[in-house]
Design a protein around this ligand. Structure first.
Ligand SMILES: [Zn+2]
Length: 348
């Protein structure tokens, strides 16, 4: 299984070509579609996508596969090469609602075969995913950029995006006729930076270059992260998994009762998370290990369950501090003493 690491080589693309891809992806909300990317490579090995093409009339679209119209690809490739000197720098396809923002094993094999067959040094792969509204309209299209290199046999890189804010000078006509449907929201799932960021140094996310193989990039880790987020969703809580510039994964949870951030270590779930907690005490942000909170860790525990137990403890702590109005209405005799609270917290 390839490992994923962050590239300091972004994927540059004209805004008009992003529009073309997003429009095509949202046209097929339940089937794969795709196309190819034409442009050139910079000195530092970043792809500049000048023109994106769609699937062609003879393409075959299935739920979990897509076959480009090969004659269309060849014809367009020759035309763009003759006219502008552009080269085939990559391809894009949609995983629509498959919940797979990464290249599949088959995708990675296909690209590697192509690198070998055509003796390419590198090739860009864009994976698109989408989300649907309750009315089944395409609400958001997310674009993920990946870079495969001939010398890097067992891994590929993720590329942040640079969107060049123009219609591609090589595109004769706008990508859509006036009055056509508005585009859904676009998300750049592998990050976004500007040319200015590149001139001023590496992109913001460069620290992720050292990401290497982390628990959440493995298939088992991906499943675990999916389970974690699904459990929060079932509990009616908003949880977001965020990768920090240092490459650590956080899960941020927004709850009416407390805002918590769980830092998941590199060998999660073997090692327990650390908790940053902005709870009942106003303005106080606490960072605690699970052990410090008096909770033992079991690798089968989901964060959502841990979160629920910490919220319960926090409610107890609030009663101890006497800051919970529901509690202060109660008779003094019913109130747990400060000392009881300390025992509950495991701080004694
Ligand atoms: Zn795929």
């Amino acid at each position: 299984m390839p490992s994923v690491s962050q590239s300091d080589r972004p994927l540059l693309i004209f805004e008009s070509e992003v529009d073309l891809i997003v429009r095509e992806v949202s046209h097929w909300p339940h089937l794969e579609t795709g196309g190819d990317l034409f442009g050139y490579w910079t000195q530092s090995g970043a792809a500049v996508v000048c023109l994106a093409i769609g699937p062609g009339a003879g393409a075959r679209h299935h739920a979990t596969s897509f076959y480009q119209d090969a004659r269309y690809l060849e014809r367009e490739g020759l035309r763009l090469n003759d006219r502008f000197g552009l080269q085939h720098v990559g391809e894009w396809h949609s995983h629509h609602t498959l919940d797979l923002p990464h290249p599949s094993g088959g995708d990675a094999r296909t690209v590697r075969d192509a690198l070998a067959r055509y003796r390419f040094e590198r090739f860009a792969l864009v994976i698109c995913t989408l989300s649907l509204s309750r009315q089944a309209a395409v609400e958001e299209v997310s674009l993920q950029g990946y870079l495969f290199e001939a010398q890097r046999r067992d891994s590929y890189l993720t590329s942040p995006w640079v969107v060049l804010p123009e219609r591609s000078p090589m595109r004769d006509r706008p990508t859509a006729a006036a009055g056509s449907r508005p585009l859904p929201r676009v998300r750049f799932g592998t990050g976004r930076c500007t040319m200015n960021d590149l001139r001023g140094g590496p992109p913001e996310r460069r620290a992720l270059e050292t990401l290497g193989e982390r628990w959440f990039t493995t298939p088992a880790g991906q499943r675990r992260l999916g389970d974690e987020l699904a459990a929060f969703e079932r509990a009616g809580l908003t949880a977001k998994a965020l990768v920090s510039p240092s490459g650590d994964l956080h899960v941020a949870v927004l709850d009416d009762r407390a805002a918590a951030r769980y830092l998941l270590p590199t060998d999660y779930p073997t090692t327990a998370p650390t908790v940053r907690w902005a709870g009942a005490e106003e303005g106080a942000v606490l960072t605690r290990t699970i052990a410090e909170l008096g909770v033992s860790w079991d690798r089968d525990t989901l964060l959502c369950e841990l979160h629920a137990s910490l919220v319960d403890r926090n409610a107890t702590e609030a009663r101890v501090e006497g800051s919970d109005p529901a509690v202060s209405d109660r008779g003094a005799d019913d109130r747990p003493s400060r000392q009881d609270g300390v025992e509950v917290e495991g701080h004694s």
